[in-house]
Ligand binder design. Sequence first.
Ligand SMILES: *[C@@H]1O[C@H](CO)[C@@H](O)[C@H](O)[C@H]1NC(C)=O
Ligand SMILES: *[C@@H]1O[C@H](CO)[C@@H](O)[C@H](O)[C@H]1NC(C)=O
Ligand SMILES: *[C@@H]1O[C@H](CO)[C@@H](O)[C@H](O)[C@H]1NC(C)=O
Ligand SMILES: *[C@@H]1O[C@H](CO)[C@@H](O)[C@H](O)[C@H]1NC(C)=O
Ligand SMILES: *[C@@H]1O[C@H](CO)[C@@H](O)[C@H](O)[C@H]1NC(C)=O
Ligand SMILES: *[C@@H]1O[C@H](CO)[C@@H](O)[C@H](O)[C@H]1NC(C)=O
Ligand SMILES: *[C@@H]1O[C@H](CO)[C@@H](O)[C@H](O)[C@H]1NC(C)=O
Ligand SMILES: *[C@@H]1O[C@H](CO)[C@@H](O)[C@H](O)[C@H]1NC(C)=O
Length: 604
Amino acid sequence: MAPWIALLLFVLGSAIAQQIYIPAAGTSARPQCTATPSYSQPTYSPYSTFAYSMTETVRTATSVQPGPTTTLGHGHRQSLRKCCVDRVMEVANPPNFTETSVFSTTVSPTPIPTSELVLPPPDYFGPTDCYYFPADFQFGVAGSAAQIEGATADEGKSPSLMDILIQDDRPKDYATNENYYYYKQEIERLASMGVKYYSFSLAWSRILPFALPGTPVNQQGLDHYSDLIDFVLEKGMIPVVTILHFDTPAQFFAANFSAAQAKPLIGYSNGGYQNETFVEAYVNYAKIVMTHYADRVPIWFTFNEPFIYAFNGLSVDHVIKAHAQVYHFYKESIKGTGKISLKFNDNFGVPRDPANPSDVYAADHFNSFQLGMFCHPIFLGLDYPESYKRTVPDYVPLNSEDLAYINGTADFLGIDPYTATVVSPPVMNSTDSILECCSNTSSTYFPYCVNQSTLTTTGWNIGYRSQSYVYIAPRYLRLYLSYLYNTFHSPIVITEFGFPVFAEAEKTALSDQLYDTPRSIYYLSYMTEVLKSIWEDGVPVVGAFAWSFADNWEFGDYGAHFGLQAVNRTTQARSYKKAFFDLVDFVSTRAMPQAQGGPWGIGK
Ligand SMILES: *[C@@H]1O[C@H](CO)[C@@H](O)[C@H](O)[C@H]1NC(C)=O
Ligand SMILES: *[C@@H]1O[C@H](CO)[C@@H](O)[C@H](O)[C@H]1NC(C)=O
Ligand SMILES: *[C@@H]1O[C@H](CO)[C@@H](O)[C@H](O)[C@H]1NC(C)=O
Ligand SMILES: *[C@@H]1O[C@H](CO)[C@@H](O)[C@H](O)[C@H]1NC(C)=O
Ligand SMILES: *[C@@H]1O[C@H](CO)[C@@H](O)[C@H](O)[C@H]1NC(C)=O
Ligand SMILES: *[C@@H]1O[C@H](CO)[C@@H](O)[C@H](O)[C@H]1NC(C)=O
Ligand SMILES: *[C@@H]1O[C@H](CO)[C@@H](O)[C@H](O)[C@H]1NC(C)=O
Ligand SMILES: *[C@@H]1O[C@H](CO)[C@@H](O)[C@H](O)[C@H]1NC(C)=O
């Protein structure tokens, strides 16, 4: 045989033996398409003139300044005196902000030039749904004081847990986004994009530098948030306030680093809620801020993700009881007409194999443990779930009087459903292994007592990975919203969701950071599932807040970029990312026709 014949036979033989994959259940369904196309061959156009301009789509927006909404008179102000530095200041030793910051006084806002509002080209693949958002849907963005404000020792603020939390080699770079001085321009930028709701948190140690009841209120701190709220209203937006977002004043740890860093039984960090003085002090602080701001703020959150900073059973008890007292004060004493809730965390546990009852049990345990400890009493008036009582040996029992007082003290359920978690028992196919772990606080899997993974039964990740724990897992969001609604019988607000694009911080060119297609996919797919949840499942999802409006301080560094805007750490300059336009475009395209007329027609 001539060598070329052997080669030919080899080539033919391998072509015949080629393996190709065929989906076992047939190709994917395309329900939006008509069943049989009426053509089989394309019709080609004749030649025409080629132009490079055809490759570019230019869409430009102009900044529309919304009119002011009604601003009522200020609440009464307490007479106050300036505060001085105390021991916590000495121990926390906050950096001299003036030396590291760009701004040292409030920046006057300037309108956003049209040149910053050049829309990016849309992604090739996009949502194909035909739904609208309900007219009163709350579309907003969220942030928190410690992650954006900076000025940690300016204008009378005393240290909080955030100033002593990081004790490793990382620099104490608390300049963060300098929002304390830059807030007007920040809000101006959000208003120009058409964001309707602005969710932020108050720094307790700015308002009460000594934290406790009877200690002086810091007028500068009080005025700062009052001005901020007024400016949000002036821009036609609606302020949403979280009273405590992780930055517990340092006094509750007796300014003791090791106490602050002690490993909690329940959460990741020690929020100090278990301190014997906490409930009274928190309620006092909440009453002060509500008395001053409730005339202008229609939506309140008492605590952010209390599970994450719960030290032990007493922490949980204190959070629930403090929350309930604040709810009753707001509704009954000052006759507040707005809404109050808490922001909860739980990256939805989904059973590794939904057909395996052990995996289903594990997922249910995982979700009920994280949410039920708060939501059973607050939303249902019921005792803690078994998952909690079995796990936390020092839990504080609730009596029927407690439950009657706590029941119904939230107007909706706030959830931060960033991603989903694949859950199975710690030992394969065993529900007993979960119960064994629950009763052993030194167990490897304690306190969740389940095997958490990102891998599904197929060995694939649950979704596209980010720079942190977040994976793009939109399909589970719809299931999750049904779970929440059907379990806790409450309307739902998605209080945070967002995606730190993998390695975004390592991209040296700003233009690369701004072209954040994975973030667009995240937001557009999640919002599409929200719409399906509303219209196909009948679940009252009444709002969604993107986390966050700008890259910020993620409890120690700036590595995980959660922002819809980039922040230049040298100049503090903000730049809109592509996903911000895509998200706003998604929402405005789906504004109910009769609701149009607002900046993007949503949330009028
Ligand atoms: C911080 O630094 C500024 C500028 O160097 C200085 O004027 C100020 O006194 C410093 N503040 C403190 C509390 O050391
Ligand atoms: C609790 O907080 C108070 C300040 O309100 C502090 O004096 C006390 O030492 C704290 N208790 C503990 C155990 O840290
Ligand atoms: C600080 O807290 C640790 C751990 O809770 C405790 O062992 C230590 O005695 C405390 N130090 C002071 C000075 O109170
Ligand atoms: C676990 O249960 C599933 C379904 O019930 C079964 O398919 C699997 O073989 C079991 N695995 C083990 C290790 O027993
Ligand atoms: C909690 O309050 C709701 C609404 O008032 C009521 O329907 C429910 O029965 C209460 N739960 C309990 C356990 O009493
Ligand atoms: C608790 O778990 C630890 C760690 O797995 C183990 O060493 C210990 O024996 C367990 N204790 C009990 C009582 O099972
Ligand atoms: C945990 O779950 C993952 C995937 O669901 C699996 O690959 C892993 O083997 C499990 N680990 C244990 C200890 O069972
Ligand atoms: C931040 O701003 C500085 C000063 O204008 C500039 O040199 C640097 O390239 C900017 N960084 C990024 C990532 O754009």
